[in-house]
Write a protein that binds this ligand. Structure first.
Ligand SMILES: Nc1ncnc2c1ncn2[C@@H]1O[C@H](COP(=O)(O)OP(=O)(O)O)[C@@H](O)[C@H]1O
Ligand SMILES: [Mg+2]
Length: 224
């Protein structure tokens, strides 16, 4: 299988006192799910931001879909991020004044996709995450698990090849955690996307194809 995302020898410091990542190597293959575990403050979110081209790094190389990201301009980087990467966060960040389908459609409107086309695709994605009954529900009326499903649908609008998720079930109760995690893993298999997902729950991590742990600025592969 080909690598969709390659991090090679990544070093990251925020300033002279906070060197947080050292010589990080991580490959994500097409259709693979990978968990990233580690203590709070170990640099998991930072690594995800770097992988998602949202933050800088001092050393190393990032290759996305075969293309080296080091020597390309910001505009091109933004384009690649929008086209190839979907993000899911711990807090769903839905817009409260919009209903479920409008929240999914919003990034498509920003891109200039017509309202009927955006609505059609939003409904399809909401069906995919099991929310066919909540299409017109206000974001403020959704349960935590439902809101996170909308956020997952929204992360898929541009047919990304990579999903980067930062503790996507961190704010959910146990039942919703299990459901949302299962949904994410299902999507990886159905949609042939790759998932790099931060969690501190080892039982969830074990359900992904591979597990990496961040500790003392380094990354190690954990045997399941
Ligand atoms: N923007 C920033 N500026 C300075 N230090 C930061 C910044 N973001 C994170 N850090 C520091 O980097 C370390 C790793 O943070 P983070 O990547 O958020 O860890 P995790 O997600 O594993 O909890 C922490 O010590 C944190 O305080
Ligand atoms: Mg974090």
């Amino acid at each position: 299988m080909t690598n969709i995302l390659e991090l090679k020898n990544i070093d990251k410091s925020y300033d002279a006192y906070t060197h947080i990542l050292k010589g990080i190597n991580l490959n994500l293959k097409s259709g693979e799910s990978v968990s990233l575990v580690g203590a709070s403050g170990s640099g998991k979110s930072s690594l995800l931001h770097i992988a998602g081209l949202l933050d800088s790094y001092q050393e190393g190389t990032i290759i996305i879909d075969g293309q080296n990201m080091n020597n390309i301009g910001e505009d091109k980087k933004t384009k690649i991020r929008l086209e190839k990467i979907g993000f899911i966060y711990q807090f769903h960040n839905l817009l409260p004044e919009f209903c479920a389908w409008e929240n999914v459609a919003y990034p498509m409107w920003v891109k200039g996709i017509s309202r009927p086309d955006a609505k059609k695709k939003s409904i399809k994605l909401l069906e995919l995450v099991g929310l066919q009954d909540k299409i017109n529900s206000s974001a403020t009326k959704l349960s935590g698990g439902e809101a996170q499903r909308v956020a997952i649908a929204r992360s898929l609008v541009n047919n990304p090849k990579i999903i980067l998720a930062d503790e996507p079930t961190g704010n959910l109760d146990d039942e919703n955690t299990q459901n949302v995690w299962a949904l994410l893993l299902d999507l990886v298999k159905q949609q042939n996307v790759s998932l790099l997902c931060v969690t501190h729950d080892m039982n969830l991590a074990k359900k992904t194809d591979n597990i990496y742990s961040l500790k003392n600025k380094k990354i190690v592969k954990i045997n399941k």
